[in-house]
Design a protein around this ligand. Structure first.
Ligand SMILES: Cc1cc2nc3c(=O)[nH]c(=O)nc-3n(C[C@H](O)[C@H](O)[C@H](O)COP(=O)(O)O)c2cc1C
Length: 207
C-alpha cells in the first residue's frame, strides 16, 4: 500500500451539516442579549430530545450505549438570559419536551464560580449542564459503562455546539469545573454526577 492524497473535503459539494462542522469553533464571548425560546427548545432537543422509536421505546437525538440513556440535561438561565424563562435552573424532560423548574432563583454566580470563574460562563445568558446517572449504563456494561457515559456526553454536547453554530450563536464546551461545587450548585440528586457545560448566547459584536 502507498500513501494517498485525499480529495479536498466537499470537493463533491458540502452539505449544510458539513459546512457547519467546518465552521464550528469555540466561541467564548456573548452579546448582552437574551436567547430565544425557540433556540433553547431546539438546543435541548438536539441534546436529549426524542427522535425515533425502536421496539416501542423512544430513542433520542444523541446515541446511547444499549439505549440506557444516562444523560440528563439542565438549563441555567441567567437574569435576563431568556425573555420567556425566569432566571434559574430547569431540568429538561425529553418525553414531554418540557422544562421543569429545578431551582427557582438564578444560579448564575455560583455556576460561574464552580466553573473556576471562567469568563465564558460568566458572560453567557444561558448554559446547558449535562449530568449523568452512571448506574443506568454500568449495570448493563460493568466493564465499559463509565467510558460509554463519557462518550455520550461528547455526543450530546457536540450536537448542541453544532446547532449553535448553524444558528449563528456562540458556544463553547466547558469541562473545567470543581465537581463538588457544581454538584451543589445544580442541587443534583445523589444518582447524578456533573459532566459538561455548554454556555451559549448571541455573538458579541467583536467576534
Ligand atoms: C472535554 C473538553 C473540555 C473543555 N473545557 C474547556 C473549558 O473549561 N474552558 C474553555 O474555555 N474551553 C474548553 N474546551 C474547549 C477547548 O479549549 C477547545 O475545543 C480547543 O481549544 C479547540 O478549539 P476549537 O473548539 O475552537 O476547535 C474544552 C473542550 C473539550 C473537548
Amino acid at each position: 500500500m502507498t500513501e494517498y492524497s485525499l480529495p479536498e473535503p466537499g470537493s463533491d459539494g458540502l452539505s449544510e451539516l458539513e459546512r457547519t462542522i467546518g465552521a464550528r469553533k469555540s466561541r467564548r464571548s456573548f452579546a448582552d442579549e437574551p436567547v430565544g425560546i425557540e433556540t433553547v427548545a431546539t438546543l435541548l432537543w438536539s441534546v436529549q430530545g426524542l427522535t425515533h422509536e425502536r421496539d416501542a421505546v423512544a430513542m433520542r437525538a444523541s446515541p446511547s450505549a444499549g439505549a440506557t440513556f444516562p444523560m440528563v440535561a439542565f438549563l441555567s438561565v441567567a437574569p435576563g438570559g431568556c425573555d420567556d424563562l425566569e432566571a434559574g435552573l430547569y431540568r429538561y424532560v425529553p418525553d414531554e419536551h418540557r422544562l421543569d423548574p429545578a431551582i427557582e432563583e438564578s444560579i448564575h454566580e455560583d455556576l460561574t464560580a464552580a466553573a473556576l470563574d471562567q469568563a465564558v460562563v460568566r458572560g453567557a445568558p444561558a448554559t446547558i449542564a449535562l449530568a449523568a446517572d452512571y448506574d443506568r449504563t454500568t449495570r448493563q456494561y460493568p466493564d465499559h459503562g463509565d467510558r460509554y457515559v463519557h462518550m455520550e456526553a461528547g455526543h450530546a454536547a457536540q450536537n448542541a455546539l453544532l446547532v449553535c453554530e448553524s444558528r449563528g450563536l456562540n458556544a463553547c464546551p466547558v469541562g473545567a469545573f470543581d465537581d463538588a461545587e457544581l454538584t451543589e450548585t445544580l442541587a443534583l440528586p445523589d444518582e447524578l454526577d456533573p459532566l459538561y457545560l455548554v454556555p451559549f448566547g448571541e455573538p458579541a459584536d467583536d467576534e
